[in-house]
Ligand binder design. Structure first.
Ligand SMILES: C[S@@+](CC[C@H](N)C(=O)[O-])C[C@H]1O[C@@H](n2cnc3c(N)ncnc32)[C@H](O)[C@@H]1O
Length: 249
């Protein structure tokens, strides 16, 4: 474990600058008393750090115990073709979001709402709005290139972050090919370090290609992921195997 931790910090100095101490990344088995993976769910995949369920988050959420942090990136309702089971052009988008949001059983949540949906989310009174700076973005919007995205913070997590701006370029993530919208691993690692502690459990109810589960595992956190499209569950599992291989080498 010690070698693995050294490698994470060598490869990702940003997390260290944010205040993560190497000593906080202690073995899960030393800290966790709860059964893992959690009981009551049919898991698509599990290991010592990760549990992934294939299904609709609204069906699975009521069966889960409370978690320390939800980090999730819901569909933005912009007509993205995620797969047969996902409708990304909903006329009831606001009610749909309220449905899963009201089911979250967590100390804190970080949600990437998409700029166009920001007004809709303000009625839920986020505690703060963080910014993801993606300075290399080439997507043109009303005001030139769209170089930032909001991240909504709800609840009261531990705060290991010294600022509310998170820098991570949008990079083509080779290992996530096959998913249309993978978030940068660096961004999710910064958010997990910033708003959770070693040994905490992180939940992503819209797992996609598994960025959250990979980031959490590399940072010594347990993570639960839920994804409705089986092809993305497969990618998430494959990335976990690659992530472990690459940080051992
Ligand atoms: C914006 S993507 C998440 C991308 C992810 N952050 C990543 O880095 O790959 C949203 C994901 O939610 C999934 N999804 C849509 N509706 C869902 C539901 N009801 N339950 C679980 N997953 C769902 C989609 O299949 C899609 O992969």
């Amino acid at each position: 474990m010690t070698d693995q931790i050294s490698n994470i910090f060598a490869e990702d100095a940003t997390c260290e600058k944010m205040g993560e101490s190497k000593s906080s990344l202690i073995s899960l088995k030393e800290t966790s008393q709860k059964p893992w993976p959690p009981a009551g769910v049919k898991w698509y995949y599990s290991d010592d750090y990760t549990a992934i369920a294939h299904g609709d988050c609204r069906d699975i959420l009521p069966t889960l115990e409370p978690v320390d942090l939800v980090l999730t990136d819901p569909p933005y309702n912009v007509g993205m073709a995620f797969g047969d089971k996902t409708d990304d052009s909903r006329s009831d988008y606001e009610q749909w979001c309220e449905g899963w949001f009201s089911m979250l059983n967590t100390t804190a949540s970080l949600i990437t709402p998409g700029i166009a949906n920001l007004a809709m989310w303000m009625k839920h009174s986020p505690r703060w709005i963080l910014a993801w700076s993606k300075a290399n973005s080439m997507k043109r919007v009303t005001v030139g290139f769209n170089c930032w995205e909001p991240i909504l913070l709800f609840g009261k997590p531990p705060c290991n972050s010294y600022r509310d701006l998170f820098m991570a370029p949008t990079v083509a993530q080779k290992e996530a090919v096959g998913h249309p919208t993978p978030k940068p691993l660096l961004l999710f690692k910064q958010l997990i370090v910033g708003f959770s502690n070693g040994g905490d459990t992180v939940l992503d109810i819209f797992l996609g290609s598994g960025t959250t589960t990979l980031a959490a595992k590399q940072l010594g956190r347990k993570a639960i992921g839920i994804e409705i499209e089986e092809k993305y569950c497969e990618i998430a599992v494959k990335r976990l195997a690659q992530g472990v291989l690459s940080f051992k080498s």
